[in-house]
Design a protein around this ligand. Structure first.
Ligand code: DOR
Ligand code: ZN
Length: 379
């Protein structure tokens, strides 16, 4: 098996032309380029230690900012820990990078409302993440009593205009794995929005037609959703095609084709309620290819190409830039990036794996050929 030890994107040899907004150009033959305002990743797992150093350059080469998930071991439950984590990310960045990590806190039943005040004051923390206890990787310290023990914290989040990012799945063992999101919307999300209509909420990594419809139709302007490349491009068949496919296993788990199509329609409709969040979640190969494999798909090196593929296939490339670069900062009340990134339409092969001293990471679509290649960063 071929192994690759390179960053995925090589800069163009000659500088590309720059364009305002999204434009196609035909330059000498059939090659096309697409220039976008630099995107941000509104849902990213960067990990820590050697894994952080390994994966950070992939996100920093494409994205201007990222909302960094707090499900480390131990989880990031205090502002002090979030600031220390941010410092370690900044230290691990390539020297020429302007990437900005936007930190989050991991909500627990015992968090105090004062922590939200500290978070707001720090200027480093941009959101609080709700993991229902047991829902996913490192969620064992997550929430068991949202409407009880966590209520004072949620009320303080309204005061501080601090968004709640939800992993939208119930964890009751009697709910079918594929229904967890649908049941969460009915039993948690709707009551939450009714109870706290001024709370900003992002439903993370939506996977169902139910979620897409709910977000689209909800009059609550403070509700938005992130969408991953895998939930736009894969359905649950890809977990089993030709044998068990651990590198397509993530949580929330992939759903049936009708759900994928509904999410694509919602995202390419031009609604401002959806924005890019890769949920890129690296795990070492041996932790994925195991008798009890971890959930998480590593998409950071190829995510922008994948989103371009989705929008192109839907005939909606004119809507791509709002999804990748405008809707997210607008929702969070942050300025849009001013730098640009160019994608060139030229076939390129996704590395079969990335090799590091501690082991391999297998990316989404490993070894497959993609069309759009990010190739140019500029101010
Ligand atoms: O597939 C996932 N992996 N889903 C999550 O919610 C967490 C993530 C991880 O941290 O590995
Ligand atoms: Zn995640």
């Amino acid at each position: 098996m071929t192994k690759t030890l390179v960053l995925p994107f090589q800069p163009l040899k000659s500088p590309a032309q720059k364009f305002e907004g999204v434009k196609f150009i035909r330059r000498q033959g059939p090659k096309m380029q697409l220039t976008l305002t630099q995107p941000d990743d509104w849902h990213l797992h960067l990990r820590d230690g050697d894994l952080l150093k390994a994966v950070l350059p992939h996100s920093a080469s494409t994205f201007g900012r990222a909302i960094v998930m707090p499900n480390l071991k131990p989880p990031i439950t205090t502002t002090a820990a979030a600031v220390a984590y941010r410092d370690s990310i900044l230290k691990a960045l390539p020297s020429n990078s302007n990437f900005i990590p936007l930190m989050t806190l991991y909500l627990t039943d015992t968090m105090s409302p004062n922590e939200i005040k500290l978070a707001r004051k720090s200027g480093a923390v941009y959101a609080v993440k709700l993991y229902p206890a047991g829902a996913t990787t490192n969620s064992q310290d997550g929430v068991t009593d949202l409407f009880g023990k966590c209520l004072p914290v949620l009320e303080e989040m309204v005061e501080q205009d601090m968004p709640l990012l939800v992993h939208g799945e119930v964890t009751n063992p009697d709910v079918d794995m594929f229904d967890r999101e649908k049941v969460f919307i009915e039993t948690v999300l709707k009551p939450l929005i009714e109870r706290l209509p001024k709370l900003k909420v992002v439903m993370e990594h939506i996977t169902t037609a139910n979620a897409a419809k709910f977000v689209l139709s909800c009059e609550h302007a403070l509700l938005a959703a992130t969408v991953t490349p895998q939930h736009l491009l894969l359905n649950r068949n890809s977990l089993f095609q030709g044998g068990l496919q651990p590198h397509n296993y993530c949580l929330p788990v992939l759903k049936r084709e009708t759900h994928r199509q509904a999410i694509v329609s919602a995202v390419t409709s031009g609604s401002k309620k959806f924005f890019l969040g890769t949920d890129s979640a690296p795990h070492e190969r041996r932790r994925k290819e195991s008798s009890c494999g971890c959930a998480g798909i590593y998409s950071a090196p190829i995510a922008l190409s994948l989103y371009a593929k989705v929008f192109e296939e839907a005939g909606a490339l004119d809507k791509l830039e709002a999804f990748t670069s405008f809707n997210g900062p607008d929702f969070y009340g942050l300025p849009r990036n001013t730098s640009k990134i160019t994608l060139q339409k030229a076939p390129w092969q996704v590395p079969k794996s990335f090799t590091f001293p501690f082991g391999d990471i297998v990316p989404m679509f490993a070894g497959e050929t993609l069309e759009w290649q990010p190739c140019f960063n500029s101010d």
